[in-house]
Design a protein around this ligand. Sequence first.
Ligand code: PGA
Length: 252
Amino acid sequence: MADKPRLLVAGNWKMNGSREESQALARELLDLVVAEGATECDMLVCPPAILIGSVGAIVRDTAIALGAQDCHADAAGAHTGDVSATMIADAGCAYVIVGHSERRADHGEDVALVRAKAEAALDAGLTPIICVGETLAERDAGRAVEVVLGQLAGSLPDAATADNMVLAYEPIWAIGTGRTPTGDDIAEIHDALRAELAGRISGAESMRILYGGSVKPDNAAEILAIQNVNGALVGGASLKAEDFWGICQSCA
Ligand code: PGA
């Protein structure tokens, strides 16, 4: 039986912050790590693409890893305004989020594109964090498990292993709303994802499956204690160093 993975707490800063603000946030986080010592989890911050360099200058060679929020599926070429996984790796990132529901909604990204992006990330030596999650209408119709398993099947690269990628379950209706599913609802989806992964890759137990959607310092301990939850993908609360740190401190 494979080992239970070390928890990962990832901050998705989305389209927020100036250069100065994001550097200050990274410095504050680092100060907390230095003052209070290592946490029981791996820590990751994902600034907007244009701020990766300036945040990277602060977190390089520290306990805080660096990631991007999206990448193009091609390694290079005529794609005005896009950033490739190769460039993201070259800028010092170890991770890239792909298939976030805001990308799916704002840019019409489908599972095939998400899969191509995850493949590009793997080719570039990055760890993709592949996001899945249902809408409220899908949940109310009793289709949440079916929807997320369909997204997983469509977006999982053939080259995926338990160690080279991360999965994130983010119910769309819980993102930025302050609403979270019940512990049982989270457990149901994470168990289903784990079982599906077990049929597709070896050692699936050691793949990290994060929960995301209104994770805060006051609900993190409960969520992170759920079987098959191996960390959190945090939006709003990752923009305040103390809140993000509080979530990291909730990792037992
Ligand atoms: P939230 O965002 O924590 O603000 O709900 C989570 C996410 O979108 O990754």
